[in-house]
Design a protein around this ligand. Structure first.
Ligand code: PCA
Length: 217
């Protein structure tokens, strides 16, 4: 019998970027074994129409035990463990298909917000112990990442209630930050180590810590 699967998705490049660290991390960890599970990496398009469909197809096809979605948050200095997805799309820029929805719900008549089911405080403690910059975040924005995060909560909550999932934003890579003077960056190797440790922690932690959280964003 094949080993259980962790689905790890990242995004294609968007805006004026030619790469996306989330895509690179998903590629690097694809096929790795973490705590006896096999990581399956996937890449989502940065488009409001196709990204949620692609995510749902990957979940249905791979039947993962855990789902971690990654996205780039240029300008942030830490790996951001997102706590909450909101039922709002308010695109600052067009997506990769040219669509720019303003003030639209992700899901008509859906709840206003939903929470990550990852043990984010335990994950933060783990990254802190490794010296990898990490923060809890209260906003995944209102672009495609937030939409995918909201959709992930919706699909898991309705169709796979025993499967945990959530969203993690990562900083720009050093080569990206070069084009944005004064902005923070993180080396790919550090991000890969951080996401690997975060996944391992999520797999091994059944219930989250309840310590003062230090939410910073
Ligand atoms: N970041 C964008 C979408 C894709 C990505 O990597 C966001 O934060 O919404």
């Amino acid at each position: 019998m094949s080993s259980p699967v962790v689905l790890l998705v990242g995004f294609e490049p968007f805006d004026t970027e030619t790469t996306n660290p989330s895509m690179q991390i998903a590629r690097r960890l694809d096929g790795e074994s973490i705590a006896g599970r096999t990581v399956v990496g996937g890449i989502l398009p940065v488009t409001f129409v196709d990204a949620p469909i692609a995510l749902a197809e990957l979940i249905d096809r791979r039947q993962p035990e855990l789902v971690v979605a990654l996205g780039q948050a240029g300008g942030r200095a830490e790996i951001s463990l997102e706590r909450v997805a909101i039922n709002l799309i308010d695109a600052r820029i067009p997506d990769n298909s040219g669509l720019q929805p303003i003030d639209k719900p992700v899901l008509e008549n859906g709840p206003a917000a939903c929470f990550s089911t990852l043990p984010i405080k335990a994950m933060k403690a783990r990254l802190d112990s490794l010296g990898i910059p990490c923060a809890l975040s209260l906003s995944a924005g209102s672009f495609v990442c937030n939409q995918v995060f909201y959709w992930l909560c919706h699909v898991l909550g309705n169709e796979y209630p025993s499967v945990r999932g959530g969203f993690i934003h990562v900083p720009w890579l050093p080569e990206q930050a070069e084009r944005h003077p004064g902005q923070p960056a993180m080396a790919l190797a550090t991000m890969v180590d951080g996401i690997r440790a975060a996944i391992e922690c999520a797999l091994l932690t059944k219930s989250d810590l309840h310590v003062a959280g230090g939410t910073t964003h």
